[in-house]
Design a protein around this ligand. Structure first.
Ligand SMILES: Cc1ncc(COP(=O)(O)O)c(C=O)c1O
Length: 421
């Protein structure tokens, strides 16, 4: 395998494994030598329909034979039109208009530009620990780890950070944590960015890179109320939480809160580069034509993949499967927690699950989580870590995962915890 020359690839990509992936099927990845890995990363939450789902592959092949690039500023194309029809069936009804781009960060950028253009206000509030991307504006919105910002300061101004209700990290109960975070957010509006200069509050309904922490329903409902009272737009960054990952089409459904702008990417097209935002028509109408766009956004092949992805998620009941398998996974992890006290917390919605490692003194235990993830990898189970201290192992298998595959993964995980002590 290592006869291939890797020297021309930029080292800026940090990489959790040195595997050269050859092909994938369902939840499995294979290297050239036929070694099989249980992929509990989904390529960071992307391959929700499983690797190379035949229906998605077929849609891509068929569209590629017709037209690859039908540029959105020049022509319309059918895959995009079909995609907007499909999306209209799954997003909250009032978010009836769509804009497409290529990556998650680009879609966040689009949401921020739309919010600024539509409100005429400059500032954006984000939450501590959130990850919104690696472009300049999204880097300024990202506080999950200093690595994303160090060396690139000064950052884009106009971004303000409020505490996220991460109860386990504070060591408080949920009610105390929510009360504290709402109080701090209100203070931010009084002390740093007035409501009349705040365009939007952007939140991941389940914090992703920051540690896989679902935002309590009451917090989301309070945010909605605060936004409505102050003429601020509520933006849900569902780049990682979307497309069935949390057992609902979108994680904001858990609280019943409808955002003003919904951001999507990752699982949207099963691995083809596609992202987008959904917003009410009257909001989109305030976005001056020509003031935003992109050469490739809403690519025809990527849109065809997205249409097939939505159909597969629906036809194969993968969202229900995510909810059911999420229970199997969290139940299994909680059982392991009884045997391995270093697992301090198990949490998450659907198949977006965290196992957080904590020292006997109650501190984040990053080295332990890294050692366990490494030991799992040696046993052909791919897992990623997250959280500011890298002490959270995250569980994000493709949504096609079944019970026996989850048991396989849990068995490897348990052995890895013991072996890596
Ligand atoms: C919540 C969230 N927003 C935005 C992004 C950025 O997406 P991309 O890496 O496609 O630019 C990510 C990527 O992990 C994400 O998890």
């Amino acid at each position: 395998m290592d006869t291939l020359n890797l020297n021309h690839i930029s080292p800026v990509w940090s990489r959790s494994a040195t595997v050269i992936a050859d092909h994938g099927e369902g939840i499995y990845l294979y290297d050239k030598n036929g070694r099989r890995y249980l992929d509990f990363t989904s390529g960071i939450g992307v391959t929700n329909t499983g690797h190379a789902h035949p229906k998605v592959v077929q849609a891509i092949q068929s569209q590629a034979g017709k037209i690859l690039h039908a540029q959105a500023n020049i022509v319309y194309h059918e895959p995009m039109i079909h995609l907007t029809e499909e999306l209209s069936q799954i997003v909250p009804p009032k978010l009836d208009t769509f804009f497409f781009s290529n990556s998650g960060a680009e879609a966040v950028e689009a949401a921020v530009k739309l919010a600024r253009a539509a409100t005429g206000k400059p500032n954006i509030i984000v939450f501590q620990g959130s990850f919104h991307g690696r472009t300049h504006a999204t880097m300024a919105m990202t506080t999950s780890k200093t690595i994303y910002r160090a060396g690139y300061q000064p950052l884009v101004p106009g971004i303000f950070v409020a505490p996220f209700p991460y109860a386990y990290a504070y060591g408080w109960d949920e009610e105390t944590t929510v009360n504290f975070c709402i109080k701090e957010l209100k203070k931010l509006l009084k002390m740093q960015t007035a409501a009349h200069e705040t365009a939007a509050i952007v939140i991941e309904p389940e914090l992703g890179e920051g540690g896989y922490v679902p935002a309590p329903n009451r917090f989301m409902q309070k945010l909605r109320q605060l936004c409505d009272e102050n003429g601020i737009l509520l933006v849900a960054d569902e780049v990682q939480t979307g497309f069935g990952r949390t057992g609902k089409w979108f994680a904001s459904e858990h609280s019943g809160v409808t955002p003003d702008i919904l951001i999507m990417a990752k699982g949207l097209a099963s691995g083809m580069p596609l992202s987008g935002i959904a917003a009410p028509r009257e909001l989109m109408d305030k976005w001056p034509p020509g003031s935003h766009g992109g050469t490739y956004g809403g690519n025809a092949v990527a849109c065809a993949a997205a249409v097939a992805t939505i159909q597969v998620l629906r036809e194969e009941n993968l969202i229900e499967n995510a909810a059911d398998m999420g229970i199997v996974l969290t139940t299994g992890l909680r059982k392991l927690q009884e045997e391995h006290p270093e697992i301090g917390d198990v949490r998450g919605w659907g198949l977006m699950v965290a196992s957080e490692f904590t020292t006997p003194a109650g501190e984040p235990w990053g080295e332990r989580a890294t050692a366990v993830a490494k030991a799992c990898h040696e046993q052909n189970l791919m897992l990623l870590t997250c959280g500011a201290y890298g002490n959270v192992i995250r569980w994000i298998p493709p949504l096609v995962v079944n019970q026996s595959q989850i048991q396989d993964a849990l068995q490897i995980f348990s052995k890895a915890i013991t072996a890596s002590k």
